[in-house]
Design a protein around this ligand. Structure first.
Ligand code: GDP
Length: 221
């Protein structure tokens, strides 16, 4: 499905129907409410970037040229694989979230199947960016998702979100830094080496440039 008025965003539910131009891509995935839309917006709205080329200004991330309605459709709660073409040279891919309260058996649903099919068969996928909320303790479903990626050797980067949030004194809450450390310890058994990770905040824009630099390094690898 091509969104109305634009062929910049491609939206579909089959790996085979994804763009076939061979450009590298990075897929963002995370539990519902993890902050994926906020992060995606903060990345695609960045206007001054020069990360894909050494020539100054040669590879700035251009605004995507899609209107807010299309953007909302593409980054909203649609259960599709959404491709955002960046700089005519690579893709940011928004994948369906997981962990919706209304979908207790989600692991068995179609969208999870096609997401897994995408992870296993999309040859241009450089790395999955798994978003983890650093403001709360690790959730079982996040650990399951990370372990599935690890066990299937899908290249992965962990993006910790909401790192600006301070701990809640009630409930014995922890600082984002402590939650990050706990999560890394918990997943270490599924990975030979802890995957690369970046701490971010869409409120302060912490980590945004680091994400883009990391993507650029992986693309040129
Ligand atoms: P999505 O469901 O994963 O797309 O999550 P959203 O981007 O819609 O964000 C869910 C909620 O978390 C919203 O209320 C956001 O304002 C909030 N949020 C997202 N990112 C951050 C962040 O970096 N810091 C803080 N403090 N709140 C955030």
């Amino acid at each position: 499905r091509i969104l109305r008025g634009s062929n910049i965003v491609l939206s579909n539910v089959e790996t085979e129907a994804c763009p076939a131009d061979g450009w590298p891509e990075f897929a963002l995935v995370g539990r519902s409410n993890v902050g994926k839309s906020s992060l995606l917006n903060s990345i695609v709205k960045r206007k001054k970037l020069a990360l894909t080329s050494k020539k100054p200004g040669a590879s700035r991330l251009r605004p995507l040229g899609i209107n807010s309605e299309e953007h909302a459709l593409a980054v909203g709660k649609t259960q599709c694989i959404n491709h955002f073409r960046i700089n005519d040279s690579w893709y940011l891919v928004d994948l369906p979230g997981y962990g919706y309260a209304s979908a207790p058996h989600e692991l068995k649903t179609d969208w999870n199947k096609f997401t897994k099919d995408y992870f296993l068969n999309r040859s241009t996928l450089v790395s999955v960016f798994l978003l983890i909320d650093a403001s709360i303790p690790a959730k079982k479903i996040d650990l399951e998702y990370a372990s599935w990626l690890g066990q299937n050797q899908v290249p992965m980067t962990i993006i910790f979100t909401k790192c600006d949030k301070r701990k809640k004194k009630k409930n014995g809450g922890k600082h984002p830094e402590e939650n990050v450390q706990d999560f890394q310890e918990l997943i270490s058994e599924y990975f030979e080496a802890v995957p690369p990770w970046i701490m971010t905040s869409s409120v302060t824009n912490q980590g945004r440039d680091e994400i883009l630099l990391h993507m650029s390094q992986l693309r040129n690898y």
